[in-house]
Design a protein around this ligand. Structure first.
Ligand code: CAP
Ligand code: MG
Length: 492
């Protein structure tokens, strides 16, 4: 059966949401989306796709008498179907979306009710394409990793960071001490862990105050600038802003702090609020609970690439994009690296779309060349006729340690990211400071193109890290061996 043969199986309601002859979907009027779709019930691919298109734009499950000629113009349209691969392309008139750039609104359409429909057994948004004119409406990042590099005076290597561990349970003084140890060990960047908030054993205001003291001490001793990313996620707007202001009023100079937001559990409104209210601050998008949508085993949800593209559009300065299978979290090079590159580059190749992040007609090669040379910053033409969306930086954590830095960079293909290693630093047998030093040494080895085993011969903290983290791997290997039937499990 060919796609076009299925047209005659559509009822009039479904047919209003399909146009397999749509001319030039990339004409600038549409946000384009590609879904993997398995029909539910007894629907065929095109029928199910049409139902998804209706529910994710102007329709419902029956045609309504209140439709108008204009409302029909706002119908999204299924414009391509691949029956073999179960793929569906849908074009959304982007005038459907809330004016002024509202990510939450787009997601409510394209991955809203449709994920709960009976008409699908599987529906996963794989890639999206934003037309240049639409990009004009969205903020994109303001303060980027390049601004952080300038502040830290760190170039030509990843920004080396940590997450304070244990994840929770330290007092403010204990927390700040671990920050200090990491910074004097040579690390650049410390983040709160994603659940850090105003716990009774670690009051927010005290944590901020002690971190400031620790940072001042570390900066004085090392002569190097440091950054702390504070989790400002909160139950309500006022509390979030109160936390942001508390940090600014604690005396942290611009550039020395970032605002971390649990973008999925706190919500896109929080992400965009921070971007709009604090354009001079690095907005750090932590993606806790993204797995419910992005894990490959999930038939219903969206990809890491889609999440990351929307984070860039929303104005996050950086978002966690995963360790491409090198660290502890699920995720593969294919998934995580395409997402990382998708938010770093000015012209990025997705699964289905090449996304130019310039708000100009992609045809103007000269201007695109110009913007590529300065893709890190908004490039405004004198007449402000177009602008580029700044890059959003991959933040890489999840089970990394100094022995895994080079393996990850080799997969990533560049060093333009922030890495935050938690256990990778604080599990070091000699403690956090040595863990940080081992990380710095591992990065030095990479930059000097020396194998870490060789570099470790003259760098003891790294040597100890290699011994410890490699051993850790063996233990995991042993645990995986099936215990022979009848043989007693060896007492550990
Ligand atoms: C890492 C981490 C990060 C997750 C997030 C944690 O700690 O702090 O939140 O890695 O995953 O809580 O597990 P470790 P992702 O460095 O000790 O593993 O970056 O994939 O979103
Ligand atoms: Mg964490």
């Amino acid at each position: 059966m060919k796609e076009k043969d299925l047209l005659k199986t559509l009822n009039s309601h479904q047919a209003a949401y399909v146009d397999l002859d749509l001319k030039d979907p990339q004409n600038g009027e549409y946000l384009l989306a590609v879904f993997h779709l398995i029909p539910g019930g007894n629907l065929n691919m095109l029928q199910a796709a049409a139902e998804v298109s209706a529910e994710s734009s102007t329709g419902t499950n029956f045609p309504v008498l209140t439709e108008t000629a204009f409302s029909r113009k706002m119908n999204s349209l299924v414009y391509k179907v691949d029956l073999k691969k179960n793929l569906v392309w849908i074009a959304y008139p982007w005038r459907l979306f809330d004016r002024g750039g509202n990510i939450q609104n787009i997601l409510t359409y394209v991955v809203g009710n449709v994920l709960g429909m009976k008409e699908i057994d599987a529906l996963r948004l794989l890639d999206v394409w934003f037309p240049p004119a639409m990009l004009e409406q969205y903020d994109g990042p303001s303060y980027t990793i390049d601004d952080m590099r300038k502040y830290l005076k760190v170039y030509n290597r990843p920004i080396l960071g940590t997450i304070i561990k244990p994840k929770m349970g330290l007092t403010p003084a204990e927390y700040a001490e671990v920050c200090y140890d990491f910074w004097v060990g040579g690390g650049d960047f410390v983040k709160n862990d994603e659940p850090q908030a105003n716990q009774d054993f670690c009051p927010y205001d005290k944590m901020v105050k002690y971190v400031k003291q620790a940072m001042d001490k570390a900066v004085k001793e090392t002569g190097k600038k440091k950054v702390h990313s504070f989790n400002v996620s909160a139950p309500d707007y006022d509390t979030m802003i109160e936390r942001c202001e508390m940090i600014r009023n604690a005396g942290f100079e611009p550039g020395s702090y970032a605002y971390l937001i649990d973008g999925i559990t706190a919500g896109w409104m929080a992400v965009q609020t921070l971007r709009r209210k604090y354009p001079g601050v690095f907005i750090h998008f932590h993606r806790a609970s993204h797995g419910a949508y992005t894990r490959k085993e999930n038939p219903i949800g969206f990809t890491v690439l889609v999440l990351s593209k929307f984070a860039r559009l929303a104005g996050a300065s950086g978002i966690h994009t995963g360790t491409a299978g090198v660290g502890k979290m699920a995720g593969s090079p294919e998934e995580d690296i395409i997402a990382a590159h998708g938010i770093q580059q000015f012209k990025s190749q997705g699964y289905f779309f090449e996304q130019s992040w310039a708000g100009i007609p992609g045809k103007d090669k000269n201007v695109l060349k110009l913007t590529r040379n300065d893709a890190a910053h908004k490039v405004i033409l004198e007449d402000d006729s177009w602008r580029g969306v700044k890059k959003c930086c991959p933040i890489i954590s999840g089970g990394l340690n100094p022995t895994l830095l080079k393996p990850f960079i080799d997969v990533m293909g560049n060093i333009d990211f922030i890495t935050t290693m938690g256990a990778g630093c604080h599990a070091h047998p000699w403690g956090t400071k040595a863990g940080a030093t081992a990380l710095v040494q591992s990065c030095e080895a990479y930059t000097k193109k020396i194998p870490i085993e060789k570099y470790a011969k003259t760098h003891k903290e790294l040597a100890e890290a290699i011994k410890f983290f490699s051993k850790k791997k063996e233990v995991v290997k042993k645990a995986k061996k099936p215990i022979k039937k009848g043989k007693k499990a060896r007492k550990k």
